[in-house]
Design a protein around this ligand. Sequence first.
Ligand code: UD1
Length: 345
Amino acid sequence: MLVTGGAGFIGSHACVELLDHGYEVIVVDDYANSTPHVFARVERIAGRFVGAVYELDLRDRRALSAVFDRHSVDAVMHFAALKSVSGSLEAPVEYYDTNVGGTTALLRTMHEHGVHRLVFSSSGAVYGDAGPGLLDESAPVRPANPYAASKWLCEQILADVCRRRPEYTVLCMRYFNPAGAHPSGLLGEDPHGVPGNLVPYVAQVAVGRRERLHIFGGDYPTPDGTAIRDYIHVMDTVEAHRVALDHLSDGPGMRVFNIGLGQGSSVLDVVAVFSETCGVQVPYDIVPRRPGDVAHVVADASAVTLAWGWRPARNLADICRDAWRFQQLNPRGYAGAGRGPDSKR
Ligand code: UD1
């Protein structure tokens, strides 16, 4: 199994899940928002090694092709992408080039090596600002920022390839807001620089690494005025990916599934649950809305349960508990390895 972006937040948890279930795992990553330190943690949790790790950018097709030459790859889990909504507004060309160009380079290399099975990491962001209802997979797609648009472009390319080439099977996972950490506290979300995402930012405030949370927008048309999202535990997210592998043989073509909890939480809900978890009120200010954000995005996630019998097992309290454990054990993230859990080795 080739995992692109396997050093990243979701990718590293996917490596653990795959190793735990007996898969041989090869990783490619360019460490744009991750670090190779993570593999010592992955191996410590799984008790097995990732087979090989290559530092490369997917758009470097020569380097990518050499990986496919060296290993017998039967399927790919494709996580590698840039993922910040605000980053995508500042650098749309970079987002399209990295996310769409990376995906087409991967597809072309897979094609050249006779590999036709892919689990693609898409996003609930493709639905855009859809209003207060639950979004099932047939809801209209209206990407509200270049990040979301780049994921939607990838989906369209993959769907078209599947329509024209019957040898392809693509499972497209539209996940909502993955957060949390591995329950061991060894793996978690450790973005470079200031976190763009809510849960790691709150965790860094709680641990004293940042002063206060800025809540982007208190005037959304929601009950408490802050934006509502569907937070899904990263362990549930990667479990869904592993279950997807069992269904790559169900038949050719592309299938799309929402991966979410089906429950909305506002920013203030997250702050309240996290504060309760860590025993201290997380300080915050309400500031203007963040460009590119939308009011309400919550999944109807029943299709994947109907199709595969899988459903998430963890809730927002579990997300906060595990994110907090990771942050406490790794106050400076993986960069602090040596003072954190690795030092026990
Ligand atoms: C977006 C995508 C999501 C994707 C994620 C990857 C949408 C609707 N969703 O998540 O599918 O997985 O990017 O990065 O586009 N917030 C604050 N203060 C902060 C940080 C965030 O108030 O410091 C708020 C945001 O305004 C938002 C919520 O918290 O309302 C969640 O933000 P974030 O964690 O960045 O994720 P999304 O932008 O929702």
